[in-house]
Ligand binder design. Sequence first.
Ligand code: C2E
Ligand code: MG
Ligand code: MG
Length: 766
Amino acid sequence: MDAPAETGPASTAGRRWLVAALAIASIGTAGALLGARLIASNEAQQSLARFRLASHQVAADAQLGIDQENALLIATAAFFKQEPHASTARFDGWLTDVQAFRRYPEILGVGLIDLVPHRQLASWLRRHPVSGGMTQGIVPAGNRPYYCLTSAGAYSVPLPNVDACALSPMVHEAIAAGTTQEAPFSFGTGLEFFAASAPVYRGVGMPATVAERRRAFLGWAAMLINPQELLQRAIANHPGLRVVIRGNGVTFAAGRAPRGANRITIALSSALGSVTVLGGVFDGSVLGYSNSLAVLIGGTALSLMLAVLLLSLATGRARAMRLVAQKTGELSFLALHDALTNLPNRALVLDRLEHALARAARSQRPLAVLYVDIDGFKAINDTLGHAAGDEVLRVVAARLTGALRDEDTVGRIGGDEFVALLESSDLLATPELVAERVLEVLRQPIELGSGKRAHVSASIGIAVGQADTGEELLHNADLALYAAKDAGKNRCVVFEDAMQIEAADRYALESDLQEALARDELFLVYQPTFDLRDGTVSGVEALIRWRHPTRGTLGPGAFIPLAEESGQIIEIGQWVLSEACDQAAGWLARGFEAGISVNVSARQLELASFVDDVAGALADTGLPAERLTLEITETLLMRDPDDAAGQLLGLKALGVRIAIDDFGTGYSSLAYLRQFPVDALKIDRSFISGISASSEAAALMHTLVQLGKTLGLETLGEGIEEQSQLDRLRREDCDYGQGFLLARPLPAGAVEEFLIRESTPSPRFL
Ligand code: C2E
Ligand code: MG
Ligand code: MG
């Protein structure tokens, strides 16, 4: 079966869907990127705001620490104002009371600083041994006019006695100004700190003048702070921030910030100046934020999924379309091909024929149509079964295809009817040769699946392309086929114009026949049969005639085959049966005992109701069943012997007699003859007419008569035209005879007269 190919438009549609899917994917991704950027920039702004807030909190915390240390410094100043000579131990006790080191871990040390002139240094050092965690030595070393040294103090880490004057030459001004001093210091040893000092004056409050302040000056309350600790505390709750304080060439910093971090500088109300906070990289990049990243990834994924979905829907649709196309292809294949053989059917054959005709007209190349029909296919079906029939048809199809060339079309256009279209440049001489070859291959026995063999032959009608339409050419081939069948089958016949006329004639006759019964144009003639022993009339055979309005009186040969083809024979046969029975019943009533014979056609015998029809005719006319003989041709019986035997038994049960007509022509076997409930054999005319001329025919006739006697059947010789034939039949001991020599078929009205005249045997029997 030709698979319908994928079509161009389908793949174009596929590309269109792909473009749409790509568009969705890119638009979706672009949208996701845009959204992510919006979110990122929003996020950047928010996070900048958060950073600013955090920075201010850090600065505020740092400021708070500084303020608290200032407060401790002032409290320390107040302590030494009260107890200017307090020992280190005493001061330590106070510090413990106010929980200074616990509450302010950034404080490295706190105490009272004396202003020591160089000349008093030695005695001062003697009076103030190293204590309170202070290490030996004055830092920086060296001789100076004044030293600012811790007289009482406590330290959280071991520290040398740092000379505050050396570090801050402004101390003298500080004494005079009475202000608090704050300054970052570095020892250059990695130890950096921040010092704050406040002058301590004797008496209540701050002396009013510079001179009074110099007089009342006791020392400085001083404090050393590790700003790093302070800063560490300030950023404790702000991970990702770095805070930096710079001053006097010293840098205090805490925390870590990423590279490229934002920075903000906030002023402090302290000598530390300002604090700089670093943190967060607020570049607004899409990848820097989880939300924007999520939107980017999610949006892209979603649009990709949509694209894939669209594609899969589209391909699903495309697949559905393909399926529809395929199924449509299959359907159209089925519509144009025969399911049994896969050959083109009538519609496709006609279509190809039209195209071939058009080509033939253009190229002046002849075209031939072979109309092939299997002879007696019905018998194959009936005797071997339909499955075998189908098998035969398939083999025939294959053999036909094999016998022809690839470019020729072979089709099956009916039950057992095939057509071959032959196109060729040198065809004119060959269609008959091709047909002969086809007949030859078809004659080869067919091995069936059941193990049986089927023998078939075929008839072929040939029409060579000189028709206007394919239908007409095919019809011509059909007419030629009809002629081939008529001429005895198993042959090919080329179409001639005369066949057209014959066909038209047949057609006209067929339509006339439709009216014949109604117009009372049919009538019966009766041919007597004779008892060959004594020459008496044994019965009459009813033979049909048609008084045609224009063609004169027609014999059954002219219209019975037509009636059989068209089915009219059923109605006609029914009429013959009742007409004949009616006549015979009338004769019987008038004292004439002759029985009547009626010919039965195949279509009648096939009728399931036939036995009833016969019974009805007998009942209607009152004719005793044994007076009626039904004549059934031998070929008819042999077509379907089993079915026929069944019908015959039914008829026999009615009491009617049965004769096998045209006996000797149907190749019936002895086995079958025994099976049929038959009363008489009517030996075919062909055997009678030949007996005087050929000894072979005489021998055959002898055999047939003997066969009848063996089977216990009556025998009747048909078509006795000559005295020698009559004599021969009588010598052979044939029971009955019929023929023009003895009596021609008579009109109904002449029968009684004939019977009266023939009551004395004719001299032919003497
Ligand atoms: P059949 O049944 O064998 O009838 C005998 C045929 O031989 C008749 O031809 C008859 O006229 C013809 N005939 C009789 N004696 C001679 C003779 O000596 N020489 C020659 N040459 N012919 C002779 P008919 O009437 O033309 O019938 C032909 C056939 O048509 C019959 O053959 C029968 O088979 C069929 N037929 C006739 N009437 C009917 C009918 O009513 N129904 C059916 N189904 N078939 C019928
Ligand atoms: Mg007959
Ligand atoms: Mg006959």
